[in-house]
Ligand binder design. Structure first.
Ligand SMILES: *[C@@H]1O[C@H](CO)[C@@H](O)[C@H](O)[C@H]1NC(C)=O
Ligand SMILES: *[C@@H]1O[C@H](CO)[C@@H](O)[C@H](O)[C@H]1NC(C)=O
Ligand SMILES: *[C@@H]1O[C@H](CO)[C@@H](O)[C@H](O)[C@H]1NC(C)=O
Ligand SMILES: *[C@@H]1O[C@H](CO)[C@@H](O)[C@H](O)[C@H]1NC(C)=O
Ligand SMILES: *[C@@H]1O[C@H](CO)[C@@H](O)[C@H](O)[C@H]1NC(C)=O
Length: 248
């Protein structure tokens, strides 16, 4: 009995120690070496240093890495060259909030694989990674003529100027202008004309005052409390009915 147990134990130990080596060795050879690393591909291009920096700082790079690992749809990236970033009006990037920077970078990503020949048949508007399912939310339009592909955001018109990478799952194209989303750079309906700075601070105060009288959150919690006390009352009622029942 003890002998059998020893044999069983050592067999299990043997299997446990042997398994990683024997299992991983045949699997490692044919399997692709993990998901494609977008920043690595862009680094090879040499002219995308600003875009790479923004991909990393916004967290979009790791998002894409996970997506390429888990999605069958693939990804298409319009990578603006460094010179396209220097072509932006000074302060354009710094004027954006963190959220808008994420949206700007996601705006350059299509959550499907688009080969260079797909552009001819693709239907506008294209949904970008920055958009949700709502129509007209961060869309891009594409027009083609022969092999040339133009892209418009409504604010930026540009041309696809090069194929950087394509493997059937990930496609990277170079664009020579940063694609500025209409939602951030030309929002509609247009914002009201800025008031003179003197009356602005006055207005700000008024708005602050307004917001303090806006007590909808308090209303909501009051409603919740009311619901709570109603259910408590119902519960008490049930208890007293059952107590009454048992007394009978
Ligand atoms: C992708 O490649 C870059 C540059 O080669 C490297 O710094 C980064 O760690 C890689 N990312 C992952 C998730 O492997
Ligand atoms: C890729 O996806 C698989 C399964 O979804 C997961 O187990 C694995 O950790 C992922 N690898 C990376 C590098 O994210
Ligand atoms: C693309 O844009 C260029 C420059 O604005 C223009 O000359 C060309 O006709 C456009 N091509 C298409 C297919 O829209
Ligand atoms: C994009 O295409 C759609 C559909 O053709 C059109 O309604 C929309 O106005 C276009 N937007 C721009 C910015 O060209
Ligand atoms: C972009 O192209 C459209 C249509 O060709 C044109 O109406 C618009 O003025 C252009 N915008 C810019 C910023 O060049």
């Amino acid at each position: 009995m003890e002998h059998a147990l020893m044999i069983l134990l050592s067999t299990v130990l043997l299997l446990l120690t042997a398994a990683p080596g024997t299992l991983s060795q045949p699997a490692a050879a044919p399997a692709p070496p993990g998901p494609t690393n977008v920043t690595k591909i862009l680094e090879k291009g040499g002219q995308f240093t600003v875009f790479i920096r923004l991909l990393k700082s916004t967290g979009v790079a790791s998002q894409l890495y996970g997506q390429l690992n888990n999605s069958d749809n693939g990804i298409t990236i319009f990578a603006p060259s460094d010179s396209s970033f220097s072509g932006l009006k000074a302060g354009t990037l710094n004027s954006l909030t963190d959220e808008q920077q994420v949206e700007l970078i996601q705006f350059h990503v299509i959550p499907t694989y688009v080969s260079s020949t797909n552009f001819q048949t693709i239907s506008n508007p294209l949904r970008t990674q920055a958009g949700d399912s709502a129509e007209g939310h961060f869309p891009l339009n594409v027009t083609t003529s022969g092999n040339s592909v133009n892209i418009t955001s409504g604010v930026t018109n540009t041309t696809v100027s090069g194929n950087v990478y394509s493997d059937g799952q990930l496609a990277v194209y170079q664009v020579d202008q940063v694609l500025l989303p209409q939602q951030i750079f030309d929002p509609r309906p247009p914002a009201p004309a800025p008031a003179p700075s003197v009356s602005k601070s006055k207005k700000k105060k008024k708005e602050d005052g307004d917001s303090s009288s806006d007590d909808s959150p308090a209303d909501a919690s009051f409603a919740l409390r009311k619901v709570g006390s109603v259910s408590k009352a119902v519960w008490l009622c049930v208890i007293s009915i059952s107590l009454a029942w048992f007394n009978l």
